[in-house]
Design a protein around this ligand. Structure first.
Ligand SMILES: [Fe+2]
Ligand SMILES: [Fe+2]
Ligand SMILES: [Fe+2]
Length: 512
């Protein structure tokens, strides 16, 4: 007997060392589970099958399946073919074996509790041969193993939390930069929407031009800064309702150089922001300002921003000018290919037009007209469609429907991050974008309701606020346990978005 214990201890030791090799660096819990199962298979006395799952408890004590091996991804845990369908995570402090019956059949499960001190974190569920009943020492072995696993999973969790914090730190820096850019624009247009549109348009043009993801991310942080130098231009000129005189125009032009002198620093963000601020009024043919650079001497991101900025300004009404029609603006920009603008960027602009027109709709600063007809080209759907748009969800107000479809897209982006295990970093980024866009949509929707004296406005405001509060809470929970919170966010989003649009927003059709 003593020999057997020694042999088991040796096996456990080997197993833990082997597992901990991957626990620290790998950001994928599925891989950890797979590895664990493959290591356990080396112990033939444990008659385990090639599948298993890890469950963790949410702050509300509901079990969430955060990893699986040999099972299909089943985020909503509604799939009846899933062998763990209806599984209730029994409470245990030591390894136990239970029978679980699902519509797919009867299963022999080994449950390994995961603990952090006295807190129950969750459990590892392993599938065993139906005819196998472990003996006492095998249970003890598995209980020891579960303690070691608890440590490994805790370490993994800590790594995810750290990555999340890192993203936040970066994001808060990018936010400070963006805010500075928006501040400069507030005098000129009162909502800051031009900045958002111009930035989003720059990014889609950048994509069509073939810029890398890193370059596009850089662009999305720095493009809002393009007119930061306007803080140095007197109100009398900035806010003048009439055309500027030539000397006033010269002062106005100095916003590029002022921007360049504000943005001093040597890291990539600041260097890029400076280039954009300095050169977004340079022309391809060398006729622009402040330096008269031409062609590829002009940094590419500045060439991209130039078109996005001019296009959005042309099609937006300002106190001193009427808006051009989309067609007029598009024709004009194409006509400037090789003159004012880089021909390659004009071509990219042309290719990205469907998305650009959509951005104009998504970030409007005027009141939505329920009767407006939109002629938006179809945008291809996102790859993993977890919540798919259903024509029944159409409210009948074109702009609002487009906003809702976009919220669905963003939710599908999030499922992409979770399903493809892209990690805490991407999760933080996508979630932030979703939260920001929800704020924009709610405010546009409420503005329209208020303008038209819609009765249900107060209720809608309460619901919208509740949604944002809930999202905020999740963001806090993500700091505690990103693995669990990401699943819960998805479930919440799906239920809330579909429910709210179907039950509340649908009533907006009376406005049409
Ligand atoms: Fe400018
Ligand atoms: Fe809505
Ligand atoms: Fe709503």
């Amino acid at each position: 007997m003593k020999n057997k214990n020694d042999a088991q201890l040796f096996e456990i030791g080997k197993l833990v060392v082997e597992l901990s090799m991957i626990g620290g660096t790998d950001s994928n819990l599925d891989a950890l589970l797979e590895r664990m199962i493959s290591v356990l298979e080396k112990l033939p006395q444990l008659r385990l099958q090639h599948r298993g799952a890890i469950y963790m408890y949410s702050p509300r004590n509901s079990p969430v399946r955060v990893a699986q091996y040999g099972l299909k991804l089943n985020l909503l845990q509604e799939d009846e073919d899933d062998p763990l369908h209806g599984y209730q995570t029994p409470f245990c402090k030591e390894c136990i074996s239970i029978r679980h019956t699902s519509p797919a059949g009867c299963h022999n499960l080994l449950i390994l509790p995961l603990q952090n001190g006295l807190t129950n974190l969750g459990q590892v569920v392993l599938f065993a041969d139906p005819k196998w009943t472990p003996i006492r020492s095998e249970f003890d072995f598995m209980t020891d193993l579960s303690r070691a696993l608890s440590d490994i999973i805790n370490r993994f969790l800590l790594g995810e939390v750290l990555r999340m914090r890192e993203v936040e730190l970066e994001e808060s820096r990018a936010d400070a930069i963006r805010r500075l850019g928006t501040a400069s624009e507030y005098r000129d247009s009162d909502t800051g929407m031009h900045i958002m549109r111009m930035t989003a348009i720059s990014v889609v043009i950048g994509k069509a031009l073939g810029l890398s993801l890193e370059e596009r991310e850089l662009l999305s942080i720095t493009a809002p800064m393009h007119d930061v130098g306007k803080i140095g231009v007197a109100d009398a000129i900035m806010l003048k309702p009439d055309r500027l005189t030539p000397s006033e125009f010269n002062i106005m032009k100095s916003h590029t150089e002022i921007g360049g002198s504000i943005l001093l620093g040597s890291d990539t963000l600041v260097v890029t922001a400076r280039e954009i601020a300095l050169y977004h009024h340079e022309n391809w043919d060398g006729s622009g300002y402040p330096t008269g650079l031409s062609g590829e001497q002009i940094p590419v991101l500045a060439r991209v921003c130039a078109i996005a900025d001019v296009f959005d300004a042309l099609v937006t009404a300002r106190p001193y000018k009427e808006a051009w029609t989309l067609q007029q603006a598009i024709d004009w920009i194409k006509g400037q290919s090789g003159l004012k603008f880089d021909p390659a960027v004009v071509a990219a602009f042309d290719n990205a037009l469907p998305e650009i027109l959509r951005i104009r709709e998504l970030y409007r600063d005027d009141v939505i007209d329920p009767h407006q007809v939109l002629h938006l080209p179809e945008i291809p759907c996102r790859e993993v469609r977890w919540i798919s748009w259903d024509e029944n969800l159409n409210v009948g107000i074109a702009s609002i429907d487009e906003h809702h479809r976009y919220l669905f897209d963003l939710t599908n982006d999030l499922i992409n991050v979770v399903a493809n295990r892209l990690g805490a970093r991407e999760l933080g980024r996508v979630l932030k974008g979703l939260g920001e866009y929800a704020v924009i949509h709610f405010s546009a929707e409420e503005k329209m309701m208020e303008h038209l004296g819609y009765e249900g406005l107060a209720l809608q405001q309460v619901m919208h606020r509740h949604f944002l509060e809930r999202l905020h809470e999740f963001k806090r929970e993500i700091h505690e346990n990103p693995l669990v919170a990401q699943h819960e966010i998805l479930i919440f989003l799906k239920k809330w978005l579909v429910g709210h649009i179907r039950d509340e927003d649908s009533k907006l059709s009376v406005l049409v």
